[in-house]
Design a protein around this ligand. Sequence first.
Ligand SMILES: O=C(O)CCC(=O)C(=O)O
Ligand SMILES: [Fe+2]
Length: 285
Amino acid sequence: MTKGEAQAQATATGQRSLKFRPLSPVVGAEVTGMDFSREADQDTVRQLRDAFDRYNALLFRNVTLAVEEQARFGRIFGQIKVRGDYKPNEFPDTQHISNTRADGMLGDGELTFHYDQLFYPDPLKAIMLYGVEVPKGKGGETLFCNTSLAYDALPDDFKVELHGLSCIHAYNYKGNRADPNFARSGGADAPRFQHSLVWIHPRTGRRSLWFSKASTDRVVELDTAASELLLARLREAVYRPEFIHTHRWHVGDLLIWSNQVVQHARTPFDPAEPRTLRRTPIVEG
Ligand SMILES: O=C(O)CCC(=O)C(=O)O
Ligand SMILES: [Fe+2]
């Protein structure tokens, strides 16, 4: 069989040869060659899962994607689990980060660094966003901070200090996200959960740091002053330009990232500028 024939046959069976190109030294690869219009075959699934574990974020550009195609693609990485503060719409697997849609959530303003849902026993494994409408001007970028790289760069004695510690994470859905005490401002009904501070990736064995500026209340094993100090030292060590990648959105971008390794944040933007990202929340499964 010639190369051309092999390619034609591969295409006919849904097989695609994917290409991965790192987006930055910090996080992410741009992927080309993906066909979203059909179910991915086993080899494609394996390549995507391996690349996801390796790069912690995958970006596909200029994608035209129906809502159902987005959900089907999301299921390659886990189970879709929609929960939290959102208004249901006609698509049970889909949410919208939006300042134009009636069911839009987190429509405007800056978002400080966070993982999604550390305050649940099973936080999201991955988050996928698809650019539907994006600001023309500056702002509204999503920032990604790779906490595995940050962990690796910690001095050895600091790593030893973290050993065996865990944090309480909480979220006040009714609260003001700009409040510096946001994580602890929730009442008894605020979702709250305790996880180990150092998370070990089940497939790569790499360590990442499960704390965040937005939703970590305290370190359980330390008294209040020592907990505050440790969290401040972690923020100082982790939120550094060398661990952060900035994504500027274009319509048709499909971006999926690891919510177990990478924290995300958002820069402020002009609220008059429409911004809608179609979102798929994914848990292990
Ligand atoms: O709007 C963004 O850039 C990020 C929103 C966010 O925090 C999320 O989708 O979990
Ligand atoms: Fe988020």
